[in-house]
Design a protein around this ligand. Structure first.
Ligand code: NAP
Length: 655
């Protein structure tokens, strides 16, 4: 195998002691698969040495210490021979062996339908199969400018793919830098909760992560590095907001009105608009009477005021979803007193590795051991791939719907409850407050290594599970009239997730206003295209948030491949525009709502959840298996669309 494969690793020149030290840190099952690549010897995975099970967020693998030591001894010999032989790789494993390696690593058969998706994700052949080439002539491509709204993970990805396809684009970003949510959320303790060796672009792996679940500055800097490596920054307008976008049927183009920080307004013309604004970018401040009267500093978690010194102060944190859950343990040791207002208790997934550092040996392995990083990516992906969806399904025959939606869900509830109970110790009052009263995984499940309850048990921390009646100059008063005087209030109260593309005004064909068409029920075919809005493509649009596993980056890669495929089809057919057929969209929407009705997130006992709109319906989540979404978005089926052409005459295309 040639070194041109970027995943084959750098040549190894380190001495034995350095290699042996590195092997102390690595994932042992992943190491064994790298050894198969290195030696061509499949018998390595056909003997007694094998993983005993697979769990989400695995670091070193589930093998006995003796077995791990045995593998390290074998590995040291094999790596030494590989190094001394000039780091020449034998022929790559054939498809059958790759299948065997996949199933061996995850301790269960990987069904046929998953293999192509996983192979694509892993890029063992070194090819980035999600990249779409557009072979239209350069003048046709040049005449197809695209505006991308937002430069978070999906907008940056859109820029990269458009650049590769030779399509001119401008990214409009309201912030001064890249990252979107990873730029805006700089609150203390902010970190990702999908393992970073998977939560990064499939074609841009990083061997630099210093923690398995990196903190915000490291993630933001990853996106910044990728942006510079691909030269995307020259096509980004920073500190600029899209005010409106209006479709012009005569020119088959979008007129995109933008406003920069100095209030200068301008209109860009684009043949297509890609919305990459995310779902969680407009803070939600609670509607609590008197909120504006508080005399001290107060701010939303996504607008953290770093000029405010919270040390030795009395702080209130209102809200304990994923954001509050990270803020509280981080600031608790430094504040004089911390009052946490939690309306609904949260289910937590035990993850002992949540704050774990990536050892230098892992970074070395990522750089040097052939395909180590690719197999580790698969190891992280697989346990969060579709198993969680099956577990979220409501079993109507299950008799105890008040506490769980199925037998599996009941077991999850027991496991999670045991995790909470063990940590609450003898504090029964606290335990009563922190065990949720709705089915497990019914809201966004949080990653926990014990830091949440450790923080709540501190003497300077109080958990309040009561509603807030009002706020005044000095603090907060609960429904039962208890005062909590504080110096600082932090609102970790989430986002206006159901208001997609808000507050922009998007006007499509025949003066249709998107916010009117959607109301409180935003929907898009495959979460990407919307009837009446030609050449408008959403990334992380309605119905695409993942509550059951995977990663939004995986989803974004699916979406941008589909979108680039749409642009390719428009240019190849010399079409002016495309939009989904209403009946295709409506059937998809109805099917999606049926699916969502049968999943735990719709459970009626869940009163408050950002997954639900005011009527309790869900429009933000995907109910689909990742493998299905991947299959559906590999390329657009043009029969799903109304394709319009300029001549003859513009309106002659079927509807
Ligand atoms: P959130 O999950 O919507 O949580 C908001 C919190 O504020 C909840 O505790 C909510 O209570 C409470 N709240 C809202 N309105 C309130 C009111 N009027 N009075 C009292 N309490 C109120 O928001 P978030 O924590 O910012 O997280 C949002 C999403 O962002 C997450 O689900 C996740 O997808 C993402 N996120 C990810 C990470 C990560 O990867 N590590 C970190 C942060 C956020 P109820 O529960 O009763 O509604």
């Amino acid at each position: 195998m040639s070194r041109e494969n970027p995943h084959a690793g750098l040549a190894i020149t380190d001495d034995d002691a350095t290699i042996a030290a590195a092997l102390e840190d690595v994932s042992i099952p992943t190491l064994m698969l790298s050894l198969v690549h290195m030696t061509g010897d499949a018998s390595l995975i056909r003997g007694e040495l094998k993983p005993q099970g697979l769990f989400l967020n695995e670091v070193q693998g589930y093998m006995s210490e003796d077995d791990k030591a045995a593998v390290r001894r074998i590995a040291l010999g094999a790596i030494r021979a590989y190094r001394d032989g000039g780091c020449r790789l034998p022929a790559p494993p054939g498809p059958d062996l790759i299948r065997e390696m996949m199933s061996w690593l995850v301790c269960e058969p990987v069904p046929d339908e998953y293999v192509p998706m996983m192979l694509e994700e892993m890029e063992l052949d070194g090819a980035d199969a999600r990249r779409v080439a557009i072979d239209a002539g350069s003048s046709a491509r040049a005449a197809f400018p695209v505006v991308v709204i937002g430069c978070g993970q999906s907008g940056l990805l859109a820029g990269i793919r458009l650049r590769e396809a030779g399509i001119p684009f401008t990214i409009i970003e309201k912030n001064p830098d890249v990252g979107g949510t990873w730029f805006e959320n700089s609150y203390p303790g902010c970190r990702v909760d999908v393992g970073n060796h998977f939560y990064c672009y499939s074609f841009e792996p990083s061997d630099q992560w210093t923690e398995y679940f990196a903190r915000q500055p490291e993630i933001q800097s990853y996106f910044s590095d990728v942006m510079h490596r691909h030269g995307i920054e020259r096509d980004i307008r920073w500190n600029t907001e899209v005010v409106s976008a209006r479709w012009n049927d005569d020119s088959s183009s979008w007129q995109v009105a933008i406003r920069s920080a100095d209030e200068t307004e301008e209109t860009l013309s684009a043949r297509a608009v890609i919305s990459a604004v995310g779902q969680l970018n407009r803070p939600n401040l609670p509607d609590i009477p008197g909120i504006e009267t508080f005399a001290g500093p107060s701010f939303h978690s996504a607008r953290w005021d770093h000029s405010v010194d919270y040390r030795a102060k009395r702080v209130a944190v209102v809200g304990a979803g994923a954001s509050g859950f990270q803020i509280v343990p981080t600031i608790a040791p430094d504040v004089a007193a911390l009052t946490v207002f939690q309306r609904t208790a949260q289910w937590m997934f035990p993850n002992p590795n949540y704050h774990e550092k990536v050892g230098p040996g892992v970074q070395w392995a990522m750089r040097h051991l052939p395909f180590y990083g690719r197999w580790y990516r698969f190891l992280l992906f697989w346990p969060g791939c579709d198993g969680g969806l099956a577990a979220a399904r409501v079993d109507p025959e299950w008799p105890h719907q008040d506490r769980a939606v199925s037998a599996t869900n009941d077991i999850t509830r027991e496991l999670f409850t045991a995790w909470i109970t063990e940590q609450a110790g003898d504090d029964t009052e606290l335990l009563a407050k922190v065990v949720p009263d709705y089915p497990a995984t019914g809201k966004r499940t949080l990653q926990d290594n014990g830091s949440w309850l450790r923080a709540l048990r501190r003497p300077n921390v109080e958990l309040v599970r009561e509603g807030i009646d009002h706020i005044d100059a000095h603090g907060l008063v609960t429904m039962s009239g208890v005062r909590h005087d504080v110096d600082i209030i932090v609102y970790a109260t989430g986002f206006q997730a159901n208001r997609f593309l808000w507050p922009m005004e998007i006007v499509g064909r025949d003066e249709t206003v998107l916010s009117d068409q959607w109301g409180d029920e935003p929907s898009a075919y495959l979460g990407i295209t919307v009837p009446n809005f030609p050449n408008l493509f959403c990334m992380y649009g309605p119905g695409t948030n993942l509550a059951h596993g995977g990663s939004l980056i995986f989803h974004s890669e699916c979406q941008i491949r589909y979108i680039t495929g749409c642009i390719k089809a428009l240019l190849a057919g010399e079409h002016e525009s495309m939009e989904p057929r209403p009946e295709v969209h409506d059937e998809y929407y109805a099917r999606m709502q049926r699916e969502l009705d049968g999943l735990v997130w719709s459970h009626p006992s869940i009163e408050h959840s950002w997954f639900k709109n005011k009527q309790g319906r869900i429009h933000v989540l995907s109910p689909w298996r990742l493998v299905d979404y991947w299959t559906w978005t590999r390329a657009p089926d043009l029969d799903d669309f109304v394709m319009r052409s300029a001549s003859p005459p513009r309106r002659s295309a079927s509807r």
